[in-house]
Structure formats: structure tokens, C-alpha cells
Ligand binder design. Structure first.
Ligand SMILES: *[C@@H]1O[C@H](CO)[C@@H](O)[C@H](O)[C@H]1NC(C)=O
Length: 300
């Protein structure tokens, strides 16, 4: 099934790549501090896949998959945790990181990535994020389902810790929800840093460029990961910019020099330029990001 959908997307991608003008690219590399942050926030995104971070607010955030050591070493307490069995699949936690002085809002990716890619629809809805801004209907609904609880928690934590940075993060579907959450929180005048890993496109140019202009966005992609290539550009979906593109293949360790910063909502110099997208590359972001929810046989 994944193979078939990969072929279809490859075809669609090829069409959209050739149909669109290429956008001028700025190529910068990243410094050590940002590299450390990209790793730390990836580990937060990974932690959202662990059952123990979805159902027991008040305890330490930890991962029996060994994929969140940086989080475990810090003094991190989860404040709210939630898991949804609804179709919108919104699951995650809000935590207070006293070591790194952050309030972190983390969203999990979907429980079944293959089915989710195959079933992904391209329907959009109006949002109240900016004038004329529509977003992917499913991603928007996921945020609506969690918004009230998350906002109440962020308000309380930021009042108690006014100097702490507010960060949203997530992998896959979780990255899409984190993007919409960041836009909404910024509209409420919070300063928010956004980190996403293998996130799909969430909207057309009106909303995506609005979020790009808000700034402090770190959209990380890996090699030929299929998910950032959907929904496709010919359906009028574009990415927020810039892209932090990890050019190393699966299972390889990554250093700062392997990450390229690429500008432009339609840039095809990174992930979007790959003609043969892959699901395995979606699961490898510095480590097996979703390993906590996989059986030992499935783990990568
Ligand atoms: C950990 O952080 C909490 C605040 O979240 C604080 O009350 C506690 O003293 C800290 N513990 C250590 C060992 O630093």
C-alpha cells in the first residue's frame, strides 16, 4: 500500500515540480547552538509517542525507547497530557523545562503513519488566524480539539514563569498541529518558537506566508521523507519557510554541516526535490523518532 501511494505521489510530485517556477535559494548552514536546539526539540517530539507521556500529568517526561535522553537529563515536568481516540487524533503534552527555561507544547504524530498518509485528504476550511486564511481541515480540527486545554495551561505557566521561552514542537501530523498552534498563540501575543520534523504542508500561500513572516520557525525535513511532500503543491498547498534540510540518509548520524537552510515556500532544493519519496526517511530524524510507539520488530 505504501509502495503504491509512493508511486502516485512520485507522479504527482514530478508534475508539480516541473510545472512550477524555481524559487531563488539562500544557502546557509547552522551554528552549534541551533543544532543543539534542533536535537533537543526533536527529542521532545519523540517523547510524545510514549504512552507514559500521554496519560500521567505531573511526572517526569521519559522515553523507554531511549530517544529523549536530553529531555530526561533536564528537569522537565509534564503539566497536562492528553490522548484522543477521535479521528483528529490529537495527542500530546505541555511541560515545564526548568533547566532550559522553556514551556514546551508537544504534539504526537499519528498512531498509524502508513494509513494516515494513504487516507490524507486535501480539504481546506476557513480559519481565524489571518484575513482570508484557510488551512487543511483535519489539521485545523486537531488544534481546535486541543486548543482550550493547551491555552489554559500555557497561560498559567507563562504567568508563573514570565521569562521562559514558549516552544511548540511535533513530528508528522504533530508538526502540522504545532505549526497551527504556534500561529494562534503568536496572534495572542505570545512569543513562540516553532520546531517541526517531517511536517506536511498545512495551507496555501496566504496562511503559510503569514506564518513565515511571524518568524522563529524551524521546519526540519529529512532526505526523501514522503510526508513533507503532501498535500501536493498542485493542490495549492505550500510550506512555511525556511526549511532545515537534513541531507544524510537513513540511520546515519547527523552533524550541523549536514543541515542546509533553504528559503522559499516552493523550494525544490531540499526534500521537495526528491522524485522517489520514502516512508522510512519519515521515521528517521536524528533517531527513530516514533520508536516509542513501535513494537521491537518495527523499531528502526
Ligand atoms: C525542577 O523544577 C521544578 C519547577 O518545575 C522545581 O520546583 C524543582 O526544584 C526543580 N528540581 C531540581 C532538582 O532542580
Amino acid at each position: 500500500m505504501v509502495f503504491i501511494s509512493s508511486l502516485i505521489y512520485t507522479f504527482l510530485l514530478a508534475c508539480s515540480t516541473f510545472a512550477l517556477p524555481t524559487v531563488p535559494i539562500g544557502k546557509r548552514s547552522i551554528d552549534d547552538k541551533l543544532f543543539t536546539n534542533l536535537q533537543l526539540m526533536e527529542q521532545y517530539a519523540s517523547a510524545a509517542y510514549c504512552r507514559n507521556n500521554q496519560n500521567s500529568p505531573g511526572d517526569k517526561v521519559s522515553c523507554n525507547s531511549g530517544t529523549c535522553d536530553l529531555v530526561q537529563k533536564a528537569n522537565v515536568t509534564s503539566v497536562i497530557e492528553y490522548a484522543s481516540e477521535l479521528a483528529t487524533d490529537v495527542t500530546g503534552f505541555v511541560s515545564l523545562d526548568a533547566t532550559n527555561k522553556m514551556i514546551v507544547i508537544t504534539f504526537r504524530g499519528t498512531a498509524s503513519i502508513d494509513n494516515w498518509i494513504t487516507d490524507l485528504t486535501f480539504k481546506t476550511v476557513d480559519t481565524n488566524l489571518c484575513e482570508g486564511c484557510t488551512a487543511h481541515a483535519g489539521f485545523w480540527q486537531s488544534w481546535q480539539d486541543s486548543r482550550k486545554e493547551v491555552l489554559a495551561s500555557v497561560e498559567r505557566l507563562s504567568n508563573a514563569n514570565p521569562t521562559f521561552k514558549i516552544v511548540t514542537t511535533g513530528h508528522s501530523l504533530g508538526g502540522a498541529i504545532a505549526t497551527i498552534a504556534a500561529a494562534d498563540l503568536r496572534n495572542l501575543k505570545y512569543n513562540v518558537d516553532l520546531y517541526t520534523y517531517g511536517a506536511p504542508r498545512i495551507a496555501d500561500s496566504t496562511l503559510s506566508s503569514y506564518i513565515t513572516k511571524q518568524g522563529n520557525n524551524y521546519r526540519v525535513t529529512h532526505y526523501n521523507d514522503i510526508v513533507p511532500q503532501v498535500p501536493p503543491m498542485f493542490m495549492d498547498f505550500v510550506h512555511i519557510s525556511p526549511e532545515y534540510y537534513i541531507e544524510t540518509h537513513n540511520f546515519k548520524s547527523v552533524d550541523a554541516g549536514n543541515i542546509k537552510v533553504l528559503e522559499g515556500e516552493k523550494n525544490t532544493n531540499g526534500n521537495a526535490g526528491h522524485m522517489l519519496p520514502d516512508v522510512l526517511a519519515h521515521l528517521w530524524y536524528f533517531n527513530g523518532i516514533s520508536n516509542c510507539q513501535l513494537t521491537s520488530k518495527q523499531k528502526i
